[in-house]
Design a protein around this ligand. Structure first.
Ligand SMILES: [Zn+2]
Length: 637
């Protein structure tokens, strides 16, 4: 930094006294640099997100909207810098305003471009950017008049490119949706809407209706009392991406193939993603549904990872000013420097004073789990707002809406401005439960909004989760590392008063991959060829059904486990060493590991799964008997 500083100082010191530069010229230069830096940044962020795909879990993500958001943010930021330089030049006539401005803006532009690669140390970016700006400023100094003419001629064109990208991207999205909706086949007015709510990371045993001692879920309990509650619903995997892919295709992870993050094909996802299987969105769209996804999990339930197929409308990134800002390069820098300060720091207090406290509400996107910068959290209140606005735009077609609320997910506790429950003494579990209380409240609010619109009675409501959370069980903290019961037992509640009895509780273990087939069954399609199911309706139509396929969960070998869960490596079998599989029967839970063999728990007597029975002769015999189901499973078509 010293080398660059001294070079600049020597230029300023030895430069001749200059007359005041017109503010118009100064603003022109600021605009030129802002748009050039931002347009290149937008393209670069998209490009390097694709190139750095192996680091997906640690990245801050973007979609094509960044092509107009980055220029807008850079333009705004660069114009502020420009005005500061102009003020400085007014203060001292000896400061060569144009050269100083070109130096500063060139530095900001080059630093921006180097940083977005995500491959260089910050310090290296600073030094390189300083070197380039010193050289460029020297070069410009010799051709100042010609450069000003160039900036004057090219800035209107650049501005046109910026406006074109803004209108092409936003207009293109609008037109695409309008055309897709116009093409929908007409359906009868009485066709029910379908609302699937995924409360990401919610283990079933923390809901009051699943026997928890705290009143964490009065709203969800009320919905359960109007429908059927599956006491032992099992998620197909213990982390978001494979589980969401299963919810959408009705297939287990080994069939749809999305067991880990896959690099996006250069020209976007096509129908051959997800094993080529149809998605719930696609099937419902063909039946005349407007389909929409509203995701707060911007790492693993997004269009970028290949889960957008079948959704006419998808809201993941850029849902607010704060979110749009932190996805640009200088927004990320701002988050890195200022959004991780302590509660008492001046920056945090200033942000609160400016009513920007929602920016302090941290998401784990952007390497938060790994100790890096954090994204701005998208709360259930925002997800609800997006959904209701979308519903209100068009009432001619029934809707299929798929929601992901991330409020139970780390970091726990719910938003700071939401009242803390009485039990909350700030322990991990207190905070986890507080996040649940918040999202429960907003689930209730959403359903009341639907009631006010006269839509509630004609809407199939399904509440579930993609996986649970360890919260200390088996020495683990988060999820995605193993398949213990706390990681795969999730809530499953289906409410549709015209067809489903109220207040029913179903005991046999079921897989929530059956949700897709169950929806089709409720709509009268009963199309088992599309989604294998079987539909869960048999369990509420004749509650005495005793035999049901035992749910299987799968977890592929993975490297994306957060450091605090990785510490158990070598102590218990986890997925960093090999794939895992699990089978839940009404009494047993068998867990298989590629390298470490079986674990067996009698979960009916030992719900915490503290006694591994594989060492007993009875346990070994039971495990071998149950393991035959895995073989049948892998041979299934
Ligand atoms: Zn998840």
């Amino acid at each position: 930094m010293t080398e660059g500083d001294s070079a600049l100082r020597s230029q300023i010191d030895t430069g001749p006294a200059v007359s005041a530069t017109p503010v118009g010229t100064i603003l022109l230069i600021g605009t030129w640099f802002g748009i050039v830096a931002g347009l290149t940044e937008g393209v670069g962020l998209l490009l390097f997100q694709r190139i750095n795909w192996a680091q997906w879990g640690r990245l801050m993500h973007v979609s094509k909207e960044v092509l107009w958001i980055s220029p807008l943010v850079d333009l705004f930021f660069f114009l502020i810098v420009t005005l500061l330089v102009w003020l400085l030049s007014r203060f001292s006539q000896r400061i060569p305003a144009i050269r100083l401005l070109v130096f500063v803006l060139m530095f900001l532009t080059i630093y921006d471009w180097l940083t977005l690669t995500n491959r260089l140390y910050h310090r290296a970016c600073v030094i390189l950017a300083l070197g380039v700006s010193v050289a460029f400023t020297r070069w410009i100094a010799k051709k100042e008049a010609a450069s000003i003419t160039f900036w004057k001629r090219s800035t209107p064109w650049l501005f046109a490119v910026f406006l074109l990208s803004l209108s092409a991207i936003q207009g293109g999205k609008w037109a695409h949706e309008r055309i897709a909706v116009a093409k929908l086949p007409a359906v009868s007015q009485s066709t029910p809407n379908v609302l699937v709510i995924v409360l990401d990371t919610l283990r079933a045993d923390h809901l009051s209706s699943y026997g928890y001692s705290r009143a964490t879920s009065p709203e969800i309990d009320r919905i359960a009392s109007q429908g059927v509650l599956f006491e032992n619903a099992i998620a197909p995997c213990s982390w978001s991406l494979p589980s969401h892919a299963s919810l959408l295709t009705g297939r287990p992870p080994s069939q749809h193939g999305m067991q880990n993050v896959q690099p996006m094909p250069w020209w976007g996802w096509r129908k051959n993603g997800l094993g080529g299987f149809p998605t719930l969105g696609e099937v419902l769209k063909h039946r005349g549904y407007r389909t929409g996804a509203f995701s707060a999990n911007r790492v693993y339930f997004t269009r970028n990872v290949g889960l957008g197929r079948g959704f006419i409308h998808f809201e993941d990134y850029f849902d607010s000013v704060g979110d749009s800002f932190v996805r640009t390069l200088y927004g990320r820098e701002f988050a890195r420097l200022y959004l991780n300060r302590t509660e008492k720091s001046k920056v945090t207090r200033a942000l609160r004073y400016m009513r920007l406290e929602s920016w302090l509400d941290k998401d784990s996107e952007g390497s938060g789990d790994f100790g890096g910068a954090y994204g701005v959290r998208k709360r259930a209140s925002a997800v609800n707002q997006e959904l209701l606005q979308w519903i209100d735009r068009d009432r001619r077609h029934p809707f299929f809406a798929f929601l992901n609320y991330l409020d139970v997910h780390f970091s726990y506790g719910g938003p700071q401005d939401f009242p803390k429950p009485d039990w909350d003494r700030r322990t991990t579990i207190d905070e986890y439960d507080a996040g649940l209380k918040y999202v429960d409240d907003y689930t209730g609010r959403l359903l009341r909004e639907l009631e006010q619109r006269g839509l509630a009675r004609n809407t199939i409501v399904i509440i579930t989760s993609d996986h649970g959370e360890s919260l200390g069980g088996h020495g683990l903290t988060y999820h995605g590392a193993a398949l213990y019961r706390e990681l795969i037992q999730v809530p499953l509640i289906i409410s549709y008063p015209p067809q489903i009895p109220s207040g029913l509780r179903v005991k046999p273990p079921v897989s929530n991959t059956a949700i897709a087939a169950t929806i089709m069954d409720l709509l009268g399609a009963g199309d088992q060829a599309v989604f294998p199911g079987p539909s869960l309706s048999a369990l509420w139509k004749s509650p005495k059904v005793q035999s049901w396929p035992d749910p299987i969960s799968e977890l592929a070998k993975t490297d994306i486990i957060v450091p605090s869960d990785r510490v158990v490596e070598g102590k218990i079998p986890i997925a960093t060493n090999g794939w895992m599989r699990s089978l839940v029967t009404p009494q047993w839970h068998l867990i298989a590991h590629e390298k470490f063999g079986y674990q067996l728990y009698n979960w009916a007597d030992d719900p915490d799964e503290s006694r591994n029975l594989i060492g007993t002769s009875e346990g070994r015999a039971t495990a071998l008997r149950l393991a035959a189901q895995f073989d049948a499973w892998t041979k299934a078509p």
